[in-house]
Write a protein that binds this ligand. Structure first.
Ligand code: HEM
Length: 429
């Protein structure tokens, strides 16, 4: 990045350090940094130790502007999530490219629209309607298990973690017995810095991380190879059958692309949805007035869903890289520059959201960017919202009161994060 060697574009080292510190995402420090950046340097350059410099995009309008110009800002050319220099170098040695997998997220046109079209229809409301009855059954069983806890539970452990996982596994067509394996692989993949989920717990060298990630991918690959063979022999009415039999230009997808496809569908939807589901209950449990408002007005449930997705913003960032010199917000961005889209900052942008730190189920409009924007806009957004709405429709009528029952703990991760412990007390009607 030769654009800005002068100091005025650079963001202060202490702020840059929080962006690459997983622990800062487990408390409010990351929001303090975002707030400072939006006010003082909304499009600045971070130069943290051990990372290539990157632009830090904290304003809602800039996140949208970059996300909608997919020819100018690519996904595939650099790592799509924050990656240190040593790890990027190691991944390049292994794969010849910056990323270990090649899912929709790591593709650009012309491949991206072709691959996305294979399953887009599956994730549209018209098709998802077919699953609503089954999702409601899963929600009811989940709620019943929580009520059976007798007035107190860890909402993450007992409800939020298992429910979206169960839904996506059903839609995908993975047997229930294999769900714990999928959950573990996802947590290892998405939250590798969190000491509670990491396969290797201490500070890791790039070599160790790449070995760990390759092992996770190999596990996924071995698992889904079996599913592909089975679905080609015996097609069913599930998403795995679509992926297993999909053809690009007349041929089955290359195996690496196929594993990546299964992986993104199997992993993208549950830690994210569980974080925002837990976010909603956290917000209601600490604010009796908000709880009473939603209880009295169930038509606010879709608003509760959207607000918790905004407020929690489980996907904290994705990266893009510039394919040509360009200008944005008065800054000159050079070809090859790497940019961090800070969705969680865009979603607290004072210019777009009134009183942005406040949780309001009746916030309208609520044009958050928690699902991203543009051609890569989350494929699973309707599924996530459907699952959450159904769960709250099933849960809230049973609850007379809701409160926190201990310390809320957050995952330490700069990619996907949210509550990992949410002790609550509740009274049943
Ligand atoms: C992409 C967030 C649930 C599947 C994304 C992106 C974000 C995101 C930020 C990147 C968008 C961009 O680059 O513009 C979330 C959140 C969720 C959620 C916050 C829950 C609250 C789901 C679910 C699925 C899913 C349930 C279902 C499998 C995907 C896929 C992509 C994606 C396949 C890649 C799309 C592409 O690159 O074309 N999601 N997601 N997500 N999400 Fe989600």
């Amino acid at each position: 990045m030769d654009t800005a060697t002068t100091g005025d574009l650079d963001i202060p080292a202490n702020i840059a350090a929080t962006l690459v510190d997983p622990v800062a995402y487990a408390d409010d420090r990351i929001h303090d940094s975002y707030r400072w950046l939006r006010a003082n340097n909304p499009l600045g350059i971070a130069r943290p130790d051990k990372f290539d410099p990157f632009w830090v995009v904290t304003k809602h309008a800039h996140i949208q502007a970059i996300s909608r110009q997919n020819d100018l800002f690519h996904n595939a050319d650099r790592p799509t999530t924050l990656t240190n220099q040593a790890l990027e170098e190691r991944v390049r040695r292994i794969t010849g490219g910056p990323n270990l997998v090649r899912s929709l997220v790591q593709m650009d046109a012309p491949d991206h629209p072709k691959y996305r079209a294979l399953t887009q229809g599956w994730f549209m409301p018209a098709n998802l309607g077919k699953f609503e009855g089954r999702i409601r059954e899963i929600a009811r069983a989940t709620v019943q298990r929580m009520l059976d806890r007798g007035g107190a539970c860890d909402f993450v452990e007992d409800v939020a973690l298992g429910y979206p996982l169960h839904v996506i596994m059903e839609i995908l067509g993975v047997p229930e017995a294999d769900e714990p394996r999928m959950l573990k692989l996802t947590q290892e993949l998405f939250g590798p810095q969190d000491p509670d989920t990491a396969r290797v717990r201490d500070a890791l060298s790039a070599e160790q991380v790449s070995v760990m990630l390759q092992a996770i991918i190999a596990d996924f690959s071995a698992y889904f190879r079996g599913i592909t063979e089975e679905r080609r022999r015996n097609p069913r009415d599930d998403l795995a059958t679509v992926i297993a039999n999909a053809k690009i230009g007349g041929d089955y997808m290359p195996e690496h692309d196929q594993t990546s496809y299964y992986m993104i569908v199997a992993t993208a939807g549950h830690d994210t949805t569980s974080s925002s589901t837990a976010g909603a209950i956290w917000a209601l449990a600490r604010d009796p007035a908000e709880f009473a408002k939603v209880k009295a007005n169930p038509e606010l449930i879709p608003g509760l869903v959207d607000e918790s997705i905004r407020w929690m913003t489980p996907v904290k960032h994705f990266m893009r890289s510039a394919t040509a010199d360009t200008e944005l917000g008065g800054r000159r961005i050079a070809k090859g520059d790497w940019l961090m889209l800070c969705y969680a900052s865009g979603n607290r942008d004072e210019e777009v959201f009134e009183d942005p730190d406040r949780f309001r189920s009746d916030r309208k409009p609520n044009r958050h960017v928690a699902f991203g924007y543009g051609a890569h806009l989350c494929l699973g957004q309707y599924l996530a919202k459907l699952e959450m709405r159904i769960l709250f429709e099933e849960l809230l009528p049973h609850l007379k009161s809701l409160s926190l029952d201990g310390e809320v703990k957050m995952t330490q991760a700069y990619f996907v994060s949210g509550p990992k412990k949410l002790p609550i007390r509740f009274e049943v009607n």
